[in-house]
Design a protein around this ligand. Structure first.
Ligand code: ATP
Length: 215
């Protein structure tokens, strides 16, 4: 689905990541790992199409760039904006609804299912200012699920959240991969979930990138 040819990510023509080559198949679950500042987020942004590669290239299959969901590391959300949990998760459907139209039955079902997967159905009508940090994280994750993307890019999705919330999110990610969605997550090396849940890793070092190396 996605092939990387000597891809180097960076800013304004300055290399940040090492060169990465490889083929990423449908349904893969990949952790990008490496020390702080090595370029994990930068590479993820490049895969997301938010940054052009400094050099090398990224190619998608015949169908072109798939529908993508991206969870950035800096998840700024104004907690005092009067939105409910349902409102935020429904934003995942926006690309597919006309601004003048309401959500249809199918889209509502998708939102409910996404909320159910992250166990937030009981707070769907609550304002976001009333949520805990872990609930906010799960809500943003549900928004990604509602996008029904076939490529999901997650930047440090488990940072600062408790083990139960992590497990809820991991289960949702596993389910997506079994349905053919590709999930790529930038994670810190010491993340205990890597060995247990991510069958494939891409280790970035200052000199090169290494697929499926043990941490
Ligand atoms: N917008 C930017 N413009 C220029 N340089 C940047 C920008 N964002 C990050 N950098 C630099 O790129 C390098 C890699 O940063 P990046 O966030 O990709 O690393 P990382 O491996 O994800 O780090 P961490 O593990 O700390 O999240 C750092 O030196 C950082 O200062």
């Amino acid at each position: 689905m996605m092939t990387l040819y000597n891809l180097i990510a960076g800013y304004c023509g300055r290399n940040v990541s090492p060169s990465v080559s490889g083929r990423i198949k449908y349904g893969s679950m990949i952790a990008i790992i490496g020390p702080n500042g090595i370029g994990k987020s930068t590479l993820l942004k490049t895969l997301a199409g938010l940054l052009p590669p400094v050099s090398g290239r990224l190619e998608f299959g015949k169908k072109g760039r798939p529908r993508m969901g991206y969870l950035p590391q800096n998840r700024n959300i104004d907690p005092y904006f009067p939105l409910t949990v349902f409102d935020v998760v429904s934003m995942g459907c926006w690309p597919r609804i006309n601004l003048l139209k309401r959500l249809n039955q199918h889209q509502r079902a998708v939102i409910w299912r996404s909320l159910g997967q992250v166990k937030l159905l009981d707070v769907l009508n609550q304002y976001i200012e009333t949520l805990s940090g872990g609930q906010v994280q799960r809500m943003l994750f549900a928004r990604i699920l509602a996008q029904q993307a076939s490529l999901i890019l997650l930047d440090e999705p488990f940072q600062g959240i408790d083990i139960n919330t992590c497990k809820i999110m991991i289960r949702a990610v596993n389910l997506l991969c079994r349905r053919g969605c590709t999930v790529i997550a930038a994670l810190h090396n010491n993340n205990e979930f890597i060995t247990e849940y991510f069958p494939n890793t891409l280790l970035l070092t200052c000199s090169r990138s290494i697929w499926n190396s043990s941490i």
